[in-house]
Ligand binder design. Structure first.
Ligand SMILES: [Zn+2]
Ligand SMILES: [Zn+2]
Length: 345
């Protein structure tokens, strides 16, 4: 059934619960395709939207940006061979004109045409339309429910990893082993780095170890994680990816760097990060920030998955109608990877 209405989980505004509504099935415009969404990963960003921490000014659209599905209708000008292709969706549609779009950094475009799941209709819906070039082909042997979280968790990790410029032999700390953290551990390992995973809980850290972490630290059991990192690495980490975003973890992340180490901020909460400049100056620390990914980063993730160098981690799946239960699980933490909505169920 591809005429009439579909189910869609809508963002209505900050500090409001998402609402499951029946809306019209969208038609693809020139250069676009319509994707029948099979799976959509649940990202913490959905909580940030719901809570008003992230407000890009737009209202009444379907949330969800870790989208995998099948191209089932083509707009004008799209190569007919793409019909029926299994794809994962890149969620930025930049203006195509600015200096960032010209160099592929669409995630920095100041005037994006669309951002599915952030400002325009995303993947908590049975269908969505998107620019054809945003659809990245998924290898036949990779299930769509597995690849869906790579659309954000995986691509965000690869982008942050590239921003940090990880080199072989470096000590890389992944502070927080949610979906992005687990992907980052694997990406850093694929770059030849030695990795330290920090989180709370035996099970989460066992999973990090299974996915290739050289060392794990249970922050719930040690009094000073930075001292542990110093003991393991000799002086401190070359790179720390901060994925938790609490004031205390950000402070600890900075403290565990070696001189000229790189701190990469990726995760955030409502808490602020403050630092006295001298703490940076005397150790020549580098603070980087990384948002989302480029289209190429998503292509790279799909290749890494196909090569067996990146294993998507899905804790469990839920039917679309049970999205609220999934959001609760994301909020309460302790997940072993992503929760993925099976949208057609
Ligand atoms: Zn996300
Ligand atoms: Zn642009």
């Amino acid at each position: 059934m591809t005429t009439g209405t579909m189910r869609s989980v809508r963002y209505l505004g900050p500090a409001q619960s998402f609402a499951l509504r029946a809306v019209a099935i969208p038609e693809p415009a020139t250069g676009q395709v319509r994707v029948r969404v099979e799976a959509c990963g649940m990202c913490r960003t959905e909580l940030h939207l719901r809570d008003g921490l992230l407000d890009l000014g737009r209202r009444d659209f379907a949330v969800g940006h870790e989208i995998a599905g099948v191209i089932e209708k083509l707009g004008a000008g799209v190569n007919a061979r793409r019909l029926g292709e299994r794809v994962v969706v890149y969620y930025y549609e930049g203006c195509g004109q600015c200096r960032y779009c010209r160099t592929g950094d669409e995630q920095l475009c100041p005037a994006p045409l669309a951002q599915p799941g952030f400002t325009t209709d995303g993947g908590y819906a049975e269908f969505m339309v998107v620019r054809a070039t945003n659809c990245v082909k998924v290898p036949d042997d990779v299930p769509l429910a597995q690849i869906a979280p790579m659309g954000c968790a995986g691509s965000t990790a690869v982008h942050a990893g590239k921003m940090a410029g990880i080199r072989p032999g470096e000590w890389v700390v992944v502070h927080g082993t949610g979906g992005v953290g687990l992907a980052l551990l694997q990406y850093a390992a694929s770059c030849g780095a030695r990795t330290i995973a920090i989180d709370i809980g035996v099970e989460k850290l066992a999973l990090a170890k299974d996915l290739g972490a050289s060392v794990t630290i249970d922050a719930g059991k040690v009094s000073d994680v930075a001292a542990d990192v110093a003991a393991i690495t000799g002086e401190g980490a070359d790179v720390v990816f901060e994925l938790v975003g609490l004031a205390a973890t950000m402070r600890a992340s900075m403290a565990m760097l070696r001189r000229r180490g790189r701190l990469v901020l990726v995760g955030y909460t409502g808490e602020e990060f403050s630092v006295h400049p001298v703490a940076l100056i005397v150790r020549e620390l580098v603070v980087l920030a990384s948002v989302g990914s480029t289209l190429q980063d998503l292509h790279d993730v799909v290749d890494l998955v196909a090569m067996g160098k990146m294993k998507p981690v899905v804790d469990y799946t839920l039917p679309l109608a049970e999205f609220a239960r999934g959001l609760e699980a994301v909020e309460s933490g302790g997940l072993m990877g992503r929760v993925v909505l099976l949208v057609q169920e």
